[in-house]
Write a protein that binds this ligand. Structure first.
Ligand code: FES
Ligand SMILES: [Fe+2]
Length: 352
């Protein structure tokens, strides 16, 4: 894996340069597995949901015979988005000129096309992309010939299971969305270290031991993991006692966060998506185990929400600094920020 000499960060102008984002879209986001949504959204035949994978619009559909499929959500006529939101349909019809596709993506009807000699419906189906799942989580890869999702997930499902969490019985709570005036890499790098926790997350640090000797950072080929044990004498507003004895905060390359707070069975999962060179969209799907009490859930959501609000301020401040010019790069702490170095190495490899 590539490394940057002397523990430097990426060049600061990579965090605002539109040309870098174009390259990232082409060389990263068009060829990686990304979390798209939940299996319960496409449980029934004909059910679909749309998603945007860092600039690549996709629709995920459950076929009549039960097969899960995904396509670029781009009309083969003149490029309109075909579907919006989620729902259930017999066919997928583009709202512009009513080209109509089957749930298998084939073009079934195009008004007036019978009067156009030589019009060939065959080659004009929606473009298929790869789709796969892990428990209730649906993943999509814009590369139609992608290697199986399991290759990318690696040991990650094992680590989650070892925490005592059965993903197959999770109950979906809610999706929480947020926007940031910051590059997606600023947001990702913020997730990848807890060096800032003691300084910037006082509530979190009362509960989770963020000290350098207790908080564990582990890099795997396709993901990284942070383990946050509960403080022996926690005294925050959130009660972290329960079967999950320490927090797990995973980051699956290039942009997916998967979080288990200590306490009762819970998991949140969601991507960090570039919405522009200096703009990021995120969402998190929150799940809990079947028997977790609402009062604990409310406390956990508030506890996590507070961390999120604090991070938003931090990353937007970073963006204002790195965009300014004048300073060429930053300096990483080789130990406390080694997951950022790992992320930057994967990024360099992908862009090379
Ligand atoms: S763009 Fe879809 S039918 Fe014309
Ligand atoms: Fe943070």
């Amino acid at each position: 894996m590539a490394t940057i000499a002397d523990g430097r960060t990426l060049p600061f102008d990579w965090y605002s340069d539109p040309a870098v984002l174009r390259l990232e879209r082409e060389r990263i986001f068009r060829r990686v597995w990304q979390y798209a949504g939940r299996a319960d959204q496409v449980a029934e035949p004909g059910a679909f949901f749309t998603c945007d994978l860092g600039g690549v619009p996709v629709v995920v559909v459950r076929g009549k015979e039960g097969t899960l499929r995904a396509f670029l959500n781009v009309c083969r006529h003149r490029g309109s988005l075909v579907c919006e939101g989620e729902g259930r349909r017999e066919t997928l019809q583009c709202p512009y000129h009513a080209w109509t596709y089957g749930l298998d993506g084939s073009l079934r009807a195009a008004p007036r096309s019978d009067r156009e000699p030589g019009f060939d419906r065959e080659g004009l189906g929606l473009a298929p992309v790869s789709v796969d799942d892990w428990g209730p989580f649906v993943f999509v890869n814009p590369d139609a010939d992608a290697a199986p999702l399991a290759d990318t997930l690696g040991e990650l499902p094992v680590l989650v299971a070892e925490a005592g969490l059965d993903v197959d019985v999770l109950r979906f709570l809610k999706r929480s969305s947020s926007e940031y005036e910051a590059n997606w890499k600023v947001c990702s790098e913020n997730f990848l270290e807890c060096y800032h926790c003691q300084v910037a997350h006082p509530g979190f640090s009362k509960v989770v031991d963020v000290s350098v000797d207790a908080y564990v950072l582990e890099a795997s080929p396709t993901f990284s993991t942070q383990y946050g044990p509960v403080r022996e004498s926690w005294h925050g507003d959130f009660d972290p006692r329960g079967p999950i004895s320490r927090g797990q905060f995973h980051f699956l390359w290039p942009n997916l966060t998967i979080n288990l707070m200590p306490g009762h069975p819970n998991l949140s999962i969601g991507p960090i998506l570039p919405a522009g060179p200096e703009r990021t969209s995120r969402f998190l799907d929150y799940f809990v185990g079947p028997e977790v009490e609402q009062a604990w859930i409310d406390d956990m959501l508030e506890f996590d929400g507070q961390v999120g609000r604090e991070d938003k301020v931090l990353v937007e401040r970073v963006q204002k600094g790195v965009r300014g010019g004048g300073i060429e790069h930053g300096q990483l702490l080789p130990e406390s920020e080694r997951l950022i170095a790992h992320f930057q190495g994967l990024l360099l490899d992908a862009l090379a």
